[in-house]
Design a protein. Structure first.
Length: 332
């Protein structure tokens, strides 16, 4: 029996994009439309949409503008995942498409014309309702599922605080990278490790304020990153905004006690299995790390158990496939 063809539209090679692609590939024949820049390839867009029975996109941004619009014009079903920079409105840090201008107009155009909308957290669903004209009835929450490459939490942890993420000038505050590095000065007996690709010269700004107990690894292979998760006792995500916080959940699976800001979707992910901090002040970040280190092995096990229990892959798979199947059924 021939499988339906799905056009998979994305602009970044992130782990969550790859996870969802693998889920959908079990049911559909996948054609990838990878568009990392603002300028689409018109021939690829038109040909891909014409060949597809359903269009599936990640984020309401420039790369999904023409595929979703063309699917709407051709009355083809489409599914769009939103919740992050496309739904945020944080002018104090210059983050989010909903601040205004052409990006807000484009993101709302795309969301209005997508056949089905999915978001990854209850927080993002509330943010969509607050910041956009999209009615809540159009949005389905399907939490991320988190694959488990660890099998169990590491029996022994180092006095190591870890954060993971690509570094550029836009992420220093939004992702809490600068306060993470500054917090290391308060805890000289703890290793602070920053793993992630350097996208511009922003890493030099971090190095300028980093004490001797901070290490910048740059990009790491999957195996090296997993080994680092296993060794770290604490994972820090001092972000101002997260639509979910998949790196936090991945670290918790490895038994890292999370230290996160008590904002956006991060409390939804962490629950009572971590430490919530109220500001990005380096002293507050350091105090969060100190409290997390004091919790011991039981907290490590609790962090892992929460992710296994609350965000299993089966729930993500069932939720995504249900939304796509319903979109195809509406066309029928």
């Amino acid at each position: 029996m021939k499988r339906p063809r799905l056009l998979y539209v994305h602009s970044r090679k992130a782990s969550f994009v790859a996870i969802d692609r693998d889920i959908l590939a079990g049911r559909f024949e996948i054609e990838d439309l990878y568009q990392p820049g603002r300028r689409p390839n018109p021939l690829r867009v038109v040909a891909g949409v014409l060949r597809a029975e359903v269009v599936f996109g990640w984020f309401a941004s420039w790369h999904t503008f023409f595929p979703i619009t063309l699917a709407w014009l051709l009355r083809k079903p489409s599914v769009l995942i939103v919740g992050g920079f496309d739904t945020a409105d944080m002018p104090d840090i210059g983050y989010g498409y909903q601040q205004g201008g052409l990006r807000r107009w484009a993101s709302r155009w795309i969301m209005r014309r997508a056949g089905s909308l999915v978001t990854n957290s209850q927080y993002s669903a509330a943010e969509i309702e607050s910041n956009t004209p999209i009615p809540p009835s159009r949005v389905t929450v399907v939490h991320h599922g988190v694959p488990d490459p660890f099998g169990e939490a590491a029996p022994e942890k180092e006095r190591l605080a870890l954060t993971v993420g690509a570094i550029d000038h836009g992420t220093l505050v939004q992702k809490g990278q600068l306060p993470f590095v500054q917090a290391a000065r308060e805890l000289p007996d703890v290793r602070f490790v920053f793993a992630g690709k350097w996208l511009d010269d922003a890493v030099e700004e971090l190095r300028a304020v980093a004490p001797a107990n901070v290490e910048f690894t740059g990009w790491l292979s999957d195996d090296d990153l997993l080994a680092l998760y296993r060794r770290a006792a604490v994972y820090v995500q001092a972000s101002r905004h997260e639509g979910f916080g998949l790196a936090v959940a991945e670290a918790m699976l490895a038994g890292c006690v999370p230290v996160v800001m008590n904002v956006t979707a991060m409390p939804e992910v962490v629950g009572s299995a971590g430490v919530l901090i109220e500001s990005q002040r380096p002293e507050d970040v350091a105090d969060g790390v100190r409290r997390a280190l004091a919790l011991g092995p039981d907290a490590s096990r609790s962090a892992r158990e929460r992710i296994l229990r609350t965000f299993p892959m089966e729930s993500r798979r069932d939720g995504l496939l249900r939304v796509v199947d319903e979109a195809l059924a509406k066309r029928g």
